[in-house]
Design a protein around this ligand. Structure first.
Ligand code: ADP
Ligand code: MG
Length: 729
């Protein structure tokens, strides 16, 4: 029996996975995390203080202290039944990586002991050769090592093979270039902190630190594991390269409002419990628009922690799914014809005085501070939209951004009716000769309209890639499988850069003798005028917007290889270097890595399409073709008239046509691939893969295969169908 029918049978037998009654969240929250509170228990005063100042003030920990801290962490981990540790990091492959070692070791005289030295905590060499480095390691003949990042707490992962102590680290080459997502992110956050504190100090001298905040919303699909295993395309690429849409899709939108299916509900509760233990503050869960699609979101946290937590969550979701004989699909577009998955990045900035810088203030002064940060964000997105676009570019995300669905590839900003009016008023009423008699202008009363503002924003425009939603911006174009770090590094860097310029511009006016508030107001007005073309309140999916955006000169780059160009322009190099985020060679390396990832993904998809067509689809179609041919021959021999087998003949003709087209196109696609593979320049090759392989063949081959799926006898079809993957529970 084929895997497909086996899977369907198994489903019917219904293996139910039991989950313990939901424990009280506060009872387990953070129990697998070596938080400062735990550190207090397991460390000496001295070691605790050292760790604390390292976390709070980025101070270095000396070797003796590192030994003490390592011992404390091991004591804690052993008290929780842990015997192995790993340096946990986020390499550019997009998943998380670990290399496990045990505490166990032999002393010089052969005595077995358990030990975890400061050295093992602070630094390690994973086998770096297998992680992408974009030529960096070759150029510098450098190996990579992982270095402890004390700002992110150690944790215990207890799903799968026992319990493991994970030490969050950054991954760098011996010459100091970063090879992961985390190191540049930390640098970008640092740059933003400095630039934002300077601007805050115009309004409040007490602000000494600004921490960007992130609350991500993770969308995902869940399907049965046996059905998943019967789809080699899902196994190899995370998406279905074939599959006719089912009779019922998401037209009825019944999924969005419906209750969560029992099996998925058990899975959710289970991964939530594991997440709580790891300190991930998950808060909401619900169905999404597409069948079998769901979403979860946490309470927002500071960006660096939120990024770690999202990576960790994706890992936990995959591990826990297997306990339930389910598979989670984090791919941006697992199924054609229904919604894809994104990861909205809700972003803001908070001061150490407790102010959310993107929340409208309650007094004229705080309102002006809000306006400054609000308008600077718009200006940043306007000036560097190409960099933002590049930060979310990936082969799977092209299925969303380049296609006719959530959000378009044009980066624009939605701010809602009310703030549109506010900006318009500033633009019109703040004039060159504005003086102190016009100070009423500074008292723009925004806060009274907050309820209206929220109503206005939350549900109205879901088509914008970058939307203001009351007290934060929501970057919606991030892909569901992406590491948020990439988008966050870009966003925080462009914001830092814009704020630095803002400070210069305001200071220049003050030096000319302007009063501070007036200098700020003038600069805000100037920024509004300079960036208003990036503002758009309408339907982002519409053809009209694409035309309008073109008129405004906003870029609309639909494919990854071209979107990535923005990473290596002079503008990008200047931006990232002056903010100490990436140097030139790091940018070049990352550009190369992203192009290579793109090529590999399209190449694998193309191979699996070819293989499935030849080994699954065509054999099934040919068997059915034979059946029909025999049937017609038999009827003919029995002396029946032509019209008694006219229908069979018609079907046979159609099938034969789709068979020959499929096989023909697959051959041609293989030829096209060969040409691409001979190209030596990575960018040229990536563009060729996109235009000569993906765009030239994928949809065409799929068209014929999906037609065959409809025509061929169901019993002959070995690939689980959309209706089975999406609707069977
Ligand atoms: P929705 O977008 O569904 O209306 P919310 O607006 O309440 O829901 O929040 C969506 C996400 O935005 C949540 O993850 C939430 O934690 C996050 N969020 C709320 N405020 C902030 C903030 N100041 N900074 C970053 N993220 C935030
Ligand atoms: Mg939202």
């Amino acid at each position: 029996m084929s895997l497909r029918f086996n899977a369907i049978n198994n489903l019917a037998n219904g293996a139910e996975t039991k989950v313990d009654a939901s424990p009280k969240i506060t009872g387990i929250f953070g129990s697998n995390v070596f938080s400062l509170k735990t550190a207090r228990e397991f460390l000496s005063d001295e070691a605790y203080k050292s760790l604390q100042s390292s976390i709070k003030a980025s101070q270095k920990i000396d070797r003796a202290m590192a030994n003490q801290i390592a011992n404390g962490i091991r004591a804690w981990a052993e008290s929780r039944g842990v015997s192995h540790f790993t340096h946990w990091f986020q390499p550019l492959t997009g998943t998380t990586a670990e290399k496990h070692d045990s505490f166990f070791t032999l002393k010089g005289d052969g005595t077995p002991i358990e030990q975890f030295e400061g050295d093992a905590l602070v630094q390690q060499e994973p086998d770096a050769s297998s992680f992408p480095s974009g030529g960096l390691r070759a150029t510098f003949e450098a190996r990579g090592y992982t270095a402890w990042d004390p700002s992110s707490p150690p944790f215990i992962m207890e799903i799968g093979n026992g319990k493991t102590l994970c030490i969050p680290t950054i991954f760098v080459s011996y010459t100091g270039e970063s090879l992961d997502y985390k190191a540049p992110l930390l640098k970008a956050l640092d740059s933003l902190n400095k630039a934002a504190v300077d601007v805050c100090n115009y309004f409040d001298k007490n602000v000494t630190r600004v921490t960007p905040t992130l609350g991500w919303e993770q969308e995902y699909f869940v399907i049965d594991e046996s059905l998943f295993n019967a789809r080699p395309d899902l196994v190899m690429t995370g998406r279905t390269v074939y599959g006719h849409s089912s009779a019922k899709n998401q037209q009825l939108e019944d999924h969005y409002f419906g209750s969560i299916p029992e099996r998925v509900y058990a899975y959710m509760r289970d991964f939530e419990t594991e997440s709580y233990k790891l300190g991930i503050p998950l808060r909401t869960r619900h169905n999404e628009v597409a069948p079998a699609q769901f979403e979860c979101a946490p309470i927002f946290e500071e960006v660096s922690v939120a990024v770690d937590h999202n990576s960790l969550l994706m890992d936990v979701m995959e591990r826990v799914a297997r306990r339930h004989n389910l598979r989670v699909l984090l791919h941006e577009k697992p199924f054609a014809g229904i919604n894809g998955s994104g990861k909205h990045n809700n972003w803001s900035m908070a001061t150490d005085t407790g102010v959310n810088l993107l929340a409208p203030g309650k007094t004229p002064k705080t309102n002006l501070m809000f306006l400054a940060f609000f308008v600077n964000t718009i200006k940043a997105v306007h000036d560097y939209s190409d960099i933002l676009r590049a930060s979310i570019a990936s082969a799977p995300n092209d299925h969303r951004l380049g296609a006719n669905e959530a959000p378009p590839a044009i980066i624009s900003v939605f701010i809602g009716d009310y703030l549109t009016k506010v900006l318009k008023a500033i633009k019109e009423r703040v004039t060159e000769k504005m003086d102190e008699t016009d100070e009423s202008m500074l008292k723009i009363d925004i806060h009274r309209s907050i309820p209206e503002l929220l109503m206005d924003n939350t549900d109205r425009n879901r088509t914008s890639p970058f939307a203001f939603t009351g007290n934060k911006f929501e970057f919606r174009a991030v892909g569901s499988s992406a590491n948020c770090a990439n988008a966050m590094t870009a966003l925080n860097t462009i914001m830092a850069q814009t704020l630095k310029q803002f400070k210069k511009d305001v200071d220049a006016l003050i030096e000319k003798g302007e009063k501070k508030e007036i200098a700020i107001m003038h600069t805000i007005r100037e920024y509004i005028v300079a960036s208003e073309k990036v503002l758009f309140e309408g339907d982002g999916y519409s053809e009209a917007w694409a035309k309008e955006a073109e008129k405004r000169g906003l870029p609309n780059v639909k494919t990854t290889p071209l979107a990535l160009d923005a990473m290596v322009t002079e503008k990008a190099k200047g931006l990232f270097e002056s903010n100490h985020v990436y140097n030139h060679s790091e940018l070049e390396a990352r550009h190369e890595i992203e192009l290579e990832k793109y090529i590999k993904k399209v190449q694998i998809e193309s191979r699996i399409m070819g293989e499935l067509a030849t080994s699954h689809v065509l054999p099934a179609a040919i068997r059915y073709q034979n059946l029909l041919a025999n049937n017609i021959r038999g009827l003919k021999e029995a002396g029946l008239k032509d019209d008694s087998y006219a229908n069979q003949k018609q079907i046979l003709e159609k099938i034969s046509e789709h068979i020959s087209k499929t096989s023909d196109l697959v051959e041609k696609m293989i030829e096209a691939r060969k040409i691409c593979n001979n190209m030596s320049d990575t960018r040229t090759k990536a563009i060729a893969y996109q235009s000569q392989v993906k765009d030239s063949f994928f949809d065409d081959i799929r068209y014929h295969v999906d037609k065959l799926e409809l025509l061929v006898d169901d019993r002959e079809w070995y690939l689980p169908k959309y209706r089975e993957m999406l609707f069977l529970r």
